[in-house]
Design a protein around this ligand. Sequence first.
Ligand code: AMP
Length: 293
Amino acid sequence: MGHPLSLHGHLKIFTTIDEMRAASRALRGAGKRLGLVPTMGALHEGHLSLVGSARAQCDAVAASIFVNPTQFGPNEDLAKYPRPFERDREMLEREGVELVFAPSVEEMYPAGAVTWVTVEDLCSKLDGRSRPGHFRGVTTVVSKLFHVVEPDVAFFGQKDAAQVAVIRRMVRDLNFAVEIVVCPIVREADGLAMSSRNAYLDAKQRREALVLHRSLMRVEELARAGERDAAKLAAAGRAEFENAEAVRLDYFEIVDAETLDPVADVSDGALVAVAAYVGATRLIDNVVLAPYR
Ligand code: AMP
């Protein structure tokens, strides 16, 4: 059990809650502003951009690596989710992360745990509708990470736009003393949003996966050209999927970025969010339309 402690460099790895909390309290006690980057590992440039923002805005950076079982549905990819721990550790060390929290499932969820954090209503919108229980798992584990690490600031990616809305609401509703910073989506050169799950795609699927980004670009282009009707914009986005035979659209929605409720008109800005299965791999992407003036 557990991971070997790093014996070189400045990165320290903690597998227990008590040790992690002691280390972060020591840093904050020394007056340092501490940033937390929560991840499930299998790190890529998207994760590293969050680390970069954390380094720029904080005196010390903690990252967590935890494949959180409670946010996976029974037929999802928990067992096969990639766990390249040594590679992740090296990447974080190179990026100047001081603290890594990498607990076991047993450490995070003691036997008999029955307490959940649920953001009612919002948790069943967008991905929460397709993945029942997903956001309850996310908000519960993020609450626990906030209690363990006690960061001043936590960094999340716009890639998971619904997650951002849910976490912001949780922090507000439960008075967490954590500032939430959201970082832009990092993409591959051809537009595909970076994701740990892109590793599941074969060469053909990798090409077909571009339809997500293409559909969002189409909507953005029409909105820029003056189309304000969300139903027409969404129809144009969905139409891009008609020629993508190996891709099954889960949702394509135009919503308010805070409430995740559909909007009729995009004049005040909107979140355009898409989720689709490329083979068995579920991918998401989104673009934010700026308010029209
Ligand atoms: P995950 O490891 O998938 O749970 O992601 C950890 C954090 O990295 C979340 O806040 C994600 O939104 C963020 N993230 C994942 N992919 C990207 C990306 N392509 N661009 C920006 N942030 C990302």
